[in-house]
Design a protein around this ligand. Structure first.
Ligand SMILES: Nc1ncnc2c1ncn2[C@@H]1O[C@H](COP(=O)(O)OP(=O)(O)OP(=O)(O)O)[C@@H](O)[C@H]1O
Ligand SMILES: [Mg+2]
Length: 234
């Protein structure tokens, strides 16, 4: 299998084969045999009706849960057989969820810095990297504001900065522009594209937003836990 893939160039960053995931002892089939691949630095959007399995798929990609069957490899690792799942989640994948889970009592710098806690980086190094990331997302000067003192779009950018702290190979985002106005949405989209080009991250973004889908190289459509369409760039 990987020999075949090697013919097409680089190894995929994500390789899902017949991934199945159920809940409630099989009563709810969230993913019903999902197969797809994502190449390094590709920008993929996943869309489909409510309940079709998008968030479930992102949770599996981030190793927050494991498939019932099938295989899912992310950044070279089988997510169901990770030796150090915490390290994988902290260092290999960056996560941005719509409920961005910023800590309200920490300022923006603290929220980004905390992602690097427990790595080999010292305190000063963590703060420097956090500052660099806030600059990157256009929030220089706002490092000492706490989440309640930031707009929704600014908070979303702090969440992005935090997701990138440990230089993940894959950035996974669930409706990253969900609650944003047109201007903030455009900023976040431009930022994602810059991150892909400059930091070399692979982007997997769940969205219903046409502008987010347009920005992607490829759109995977899910329905009832299956891939019903996988449109490439042309
Ligand atoms: N922890 C859970 N326990 C039971 N059922 C769940 C659980 N998580 C998700 N489901 C069910 O699995 C299916 C897929 O849910 P999922 O959250 O992946 O959908 P989604 O495509 O992200 O929907 P939305 O667009 O509304 O966010 C749904 O039927 C949902 O009710
Ligand atoms: Mg969802």
């Amino acid at each position: 299998m990987s020999d075949q893939l090697a013919d097409d160039g680089a190894e995929p960053v994500i390789e899902a084969v017949e991934v199945r995931k159920t809940f409630n002892h099989g009563a709810v089939v969230a993913l019903d045999g999902v197969t797809f691949e994502v190449a390094p630095q590709e920008h993929v959007a996943i869309t489909g009706p409510s309940g079709c399995g998008k968030s479930t798929l992102l949770h599996l990609l981030a190793a927050l849960d494991v498939p019932d069957s099938g295989t899912l490899r992310v950044a070279g690792e089988d997510v169901a057989r990770l030796e150090r799942p915490n390290e994988f989640r902290r260092e290999r994948v960056g996560l941005v969820f719509q409920m961005h889970n910023l800590l309200p009592h920490l300022d923006a710098l603290g929220n980004v810095g905390i992602a690097m806690f427990g790595t080999s980086m010292g305190r000063r190094e963590r703060t420097e990297r956090a500052q660099e990331l806030l600059d990157l997302v256009g929030l220089d000067g706002l490092g000492h504001r706490r989440p309640p003192e930031l707009s929704g779009g600014e908070r979303q950018r702090v969440a992005l900065a935090r997701a990138l702290a440990n230089r993940p190979s894959v950035l996974i985002a669930d409706e990253p522009t969900g609650s944003l106005d047109t201007g903030s949405r455009r900023l976040v989209l431009q930022l994602l594209e810059r991150l892909r080009v400059e930091e070399g991250v692979t982007l997997v973004v769940v969205s219903h937003d046409e502008r987010v889908l347009d920005a992607a190289d490829r759109v995977i459509h899910l329905r009832d836990g299956r891939v019903v369409d996988d449109e490439g760039e042309d």
